[in-house]
Design a protein around this ligand. Sequence first.
Ligand SMILES: [Zn+2]
Length: 238
Amino acid sequence: MRPVEKFGCPQVNGSNKVYKQHSLARGDLENNLGYYCSYCEVFSSDLEVEHVISRHQDSALKCSWDNFLLACGRCNGRDNKASKAVDMNATHFPHRNNTFLSFTYQEGGYVSVNPLLEGASAIAAETMLNLVGLDKFPGNIKYAKHNANDTRWNHRRVAWELAVKYLPDFESGRLNAEDIVSFARQRGFFSVWYAVYHQHRAVRELLIQSFPGTATSCFDAVNCSPVPRNPKNTEDPV
Ligand SMILES: [Zn+2]
């Protein structure tokens, strides 16, 4: 899950912009974060303004910029995030943690909790995984039944296959890092492209630079490898 850096609240005449409806923040959020779901990473022109803490949990945060992210209808839907209460301090979020370290992306686009995590970090990553159902795919025995309308897994699988298809052309020099990242930006799935091209620093660097709002502090400046975002938090440095 791509870690992102939220801007401060947009300003109007020196004051925080007031959103009469949360949906009116969409353009400002797209300027900040690009046209990508904050959770499943799909590219979409039809994203929703998502309440990190739901309106049911705290109605005072209904129109608060700091409580907004962008999400697709499936991640934000009733069978995933919408109806659940959130404990911010026990859940990895892409604007607070280095969520690239929270999960592992594998062939086929499968997502799971990073097996290197321990203790509170592993639990907080798992809580996010369950919150948006990132591991929902047909045949996952963790879930009684797969909702056929939930095609996120398949979009991620297709992105993985495309990334793999272009890899030999990149390694032979027929395609360059700009080409690969332009394909990635059209589809989304930052983490899939990063995983497939993890051995190629030029692609890693350009992915981090080119996806709007990526939290550059979550990646080492020399190697462009992920680093913990909260190193002073000994319980959960992720
Ligand atoms: Zn999504």
